[in-house]
Write a protein that binds this ligand. Structure first.
Ligand code: F3S
Length: 387
């Protein structure tokens, strides 16, 4: 792999031991995946932030590093809201270790916005090279924005943040971003909300595996695309997809789709994913809520009182800009928490069945929280939480 003179110096240890280690990691990754060079990145998003997932070993590794990020870098959700962890019921022992993880990242110059939706906080544009690691953020960046990122592991994203570059392979190359499979979705008369797109992604991801899908027959908005991509990245390994006449690369490129396998998806197949099991908590905001999603929840909750725990997750920056909306939601007894989510917070392990409006959460809650998961529309989630 070609390195310019500055990169060679870092590899030789002239800029400190941590930078040297990080460059070694990037070169190793690039060599394994056949990269010819490194490419500068606009931002990094670093997973491996919840103490629930990285534990003492991860914390010890982070604590051994001594360098600062040279590009904007944000963290993935952690195991608790930084400010309101007591109110959420997080154990002090966990909070203390989680705090140590946050401080380790802070020392490394990583911004403590802990979110899987960094695109709501930092401008990210078509054609930007990134090193993001959370799978739904990667899917959104590649598919909805038209930026270019592989799905980085936590250490790879952190190395890219500290060096400002990432190996140029995989989805950083246009030739690897073309459709490999067609999904034709049979539409029906119903209005397809976010949950239904999440369920579609849940179903389609299993069929796609690691192939790049090209969807026909749907017209999702941005929040619906977010739900679709997040779920496909959870049940499959889909890091980029295209939707005919909707996503930027599908609009820009005239893809040759001849010869690709075509799979037809019917409304009945999506209906089967919805169930009516009894739940003891409701959680939405996977991926973290957009301002529009918060507004819908506020409208549905206005004047009502919740009768079971109702968690809503969003980035702190989004909450701060929508305080009136958040106040309406919280008047009902529901809680809007930043920094964490229903999958990475240990608090959710106290429930036996959780209702979500996300195909990704539907896929992850059983293993990560030990709870049964049920998917429903946001209207159904509010109805269950308030009845
Ligand atoms: Fe984000 Fe947590 Fe879902 S990281 S995509 S809210 S599982």
């Amino acid at each position: 792999m070609y390195l310019d003179p500055e990169e060679e110096k870092i590899l030789a240890g002239e800029n400190g031991e941590t930078r040297q280690k990080m460059m070694e990691l990037l070169v190793a990754l690039g060599t394994v995946f056949g990269a010819e060079r490194l490419v500068p990145i606009r931002s990094a998003q670093v997973s491996g932030a919840s103490y629930k997932t990285i534990g003492e070993y991860g914390l010890a590794w982070l604590s051994s590093l001594h360098a600062r990020a040279v590009v904007p870098a944000v963290l993935n959700p952690i195991g608790m809201p930084r400010e309101r962890w007591k109110e959420m019921g997080v154990e002090p022992v966990f909070a203390e270790r989680q705090q140590a993880v946050i401080e380790a990242y802070e020392r490394l110059g990583v911004n403590l916005e802990c979110t899987c939706t960094p695109y709501y906080l930092h401008e990210t544009s078509f054609g930007d090279h990134l090193a993001w690691s959370e799978s739904s953020a990667v899917s959104y960046a590649n598919s909805v924005i038209g930026a270019l990122t592989n799905r980085e592991g936590g250490p790879g994203a952190l190395a890219a943040a500290l060096i400002g570059k990432t190996p140029c392979y995989g989805l950083h190359l246009e030739k690897n971003r073309k459709p490999q499979l067609i999904f034709t979705v049979k539409s029906d008369e119903r209005n397809w909300g976010i949950a239904r797109y999440g369920a579609l992604g849940y179903f389609a991801g299993k069929l796609a595996g690691n192939r790049i899908p090209f969807f026909k027959g749907i017209r999702p908005d941005r929040d619906q695309l977010k739900a679709l991509g997040a779920a496909m990245a959870a049940t499959g390994a889909v890091a980029i997809y295209h939707v005919e006449d909707i996503t930027p690369e599908a609009k820009k490129n005239r893809y040759d789709l001849s010869g690709l396998e075509t799979i037809t998806i019917t409304p009945t197949e999506i209906d089967r994913i919805f169930s009516e099991i009894h739940v003891d908590a409701v959680a939405v905001g996977c991926p973290h809520c957009s301002p529009d999603e918060l507004a819908v929840i506020a409208r549905l909750l206005k004047g009502k009182t919740v009768t079971k725990p109702f968690y809503i997750f969003a980035a702190q920056g989004v909450i701060d800009k929508n305080l009136m909306t958040v106040n309406i939601i919280e008047k009902s007894g529901a809680r809007v928490y930043a920094d964490t989510c229903m999958v990475v917070s240990p608090v959710m392990e106290r429930y036996s069945a959780i209702m979500v409006n996300s195909g990704k959460a539907l896929a992850y809650v059983p293993d990560m929280c030990g709870a049964v998961a049920r998917i429903g529309s946001i209207e159904e989630c509010v109805s269950v939480a308030t009845s």
